[in-house]
Design a protein around this ligand. Structure first.
Ligand code: SAM
Length: 295
């Protein structure tokens, strides 16, 4: 137990801000300390009060809750800081996992530290680390990248930036939505090549927990073969040097080659290139636009 927490009355908590990890699926993953802190706090600041209330009801915890999420943080943080300065004990939770990790919590922690308020981590489940330790990829050197941009162009640029700046062998960890996973795998394949190793950790700690491990091409084919792609997903990739542009001709050069050799029009050539590179036609078209924008 941290010194300050221990030195205070064991029935209560020391004043301060407690960032509490909560389960990412399996309720058994809550820690004894998390339960004690949630029970003894004066207030729990939640990403979504209804979601947290279910957890609290399950464990018979009656601590009052208040919402604190990205849309009301601007107003809520000063209120919570004022309460903390009065000596309150405030717990912060997100819907699942560790607050502050692709979830609200960071700004409140920053503000509390600025005001000299004691901030206590109460460690608990986290999807990124759970996926990493069971991935079979390098756990000694990894980079947590959170969610990629939703827009295709920005996502591709971010991946290119990561590919250029990450040491070979580093494990990159992303959170990804099931409806975007194939597009993201397509982008990764275009950058790192079809043989690059990826792992998809799906529904961690839940009944349908699953790991898909293998070269990008195989993992993407497995997912494509499914009727529906669903569940919460964490995607990991073993960084290696990006495919050299010389190893893969530009889209416009390949179109020209297909026009010359097979007399294809641009539309048919795009379709062929999509098939050759395991990308969708819209992805190839977007890449062509990016190339044209660069020249
Ligand atoms: N704060 C959380 C943590 O510590 O892991 C992450 C919150 S983030 C908003 C939610 C994303 O985490 C999901 O979209 C998914 O990518 C990943 N995730 C959460 N739970 C997961 C699970 N049970 N299995 C796999 N990935 C999960």
């Amino acid at each position: 137990m941290p010194e300050e927490e221990q030195n205070s009355n064991p029935a209560t908590l020391a004043p301060g801000l407690y960032l509490v990890g909560t389960p990412i699926g399996n309720l058994e993953d809550i820690t004894l300390r998390a339960l004690r802190v949630l029970r003894s706090a004066s207030l729990i600041a939640c990403e979504d009060t209804r979601q947290t209330q279910k957890l609290l009801n399950h464990f018979g915890i009656q601590t009052p809750v208040i919402s604190c999420h990205e849309h009301n943080e601007g107003q809520r943080i000063p209120e919570l800081i004022a309460a903390l300065l009065r000596g309150e004990r405030i717990a912060v939770v997100s819907d699942a996992g560790m607050p502050g990790i692709s979830d609200p919590g960071m700004r409140l922690a920053e503000a509390a530290i600025r005001e000299g308020i004691r901030v206590y981590p109460v460690p608990g489940p986290n999807a990124a680390l759970s996926a990493l330790v069971a991935s079979g990829l390098n756990t000694e050197c990894f980079l947590f990248c959170g969610f990629l941009p939703a827009k295709a162009g920005a996502r591709r640029s971010e991946l290119e930036r990561l590919a250029a700046g990450t040491a070979e062998g580093t494990t990159l960890i992303f959170y990804e939505a099931p409806h975007r996973i194939l597009e993201t795998l397509g982008d990764m394949k275009a950058i790192w090549g079809p043989g690059c190793r990826v792992v998809i950790a799906r529904e961690l700690t839940k009944m349908h927990e699953e790991f898909l491990r293998g070269p990008i091409e195989e993992v993407a084919a497995t997912l494509k073969g499914r009727e529906r792609i669903r569940g919460e997903m964490t995607l990991l990739i073993e960084a290696r040097p990006p495919q050299k542009k010389s190893e893969q001709s530009s889209i416009s050069d390949r179109i020209a080659a297909l026009q010359n050799s097979e007399n294809l029009d641009e539309k048919a050539a795009l379709k062929r290139i999509a098939r050759e590179r395991g990308l969708s036609r819209s992805e190839v078209y977007r890449e062509l636009q990016r190339e044209r924008g660069r020249s």
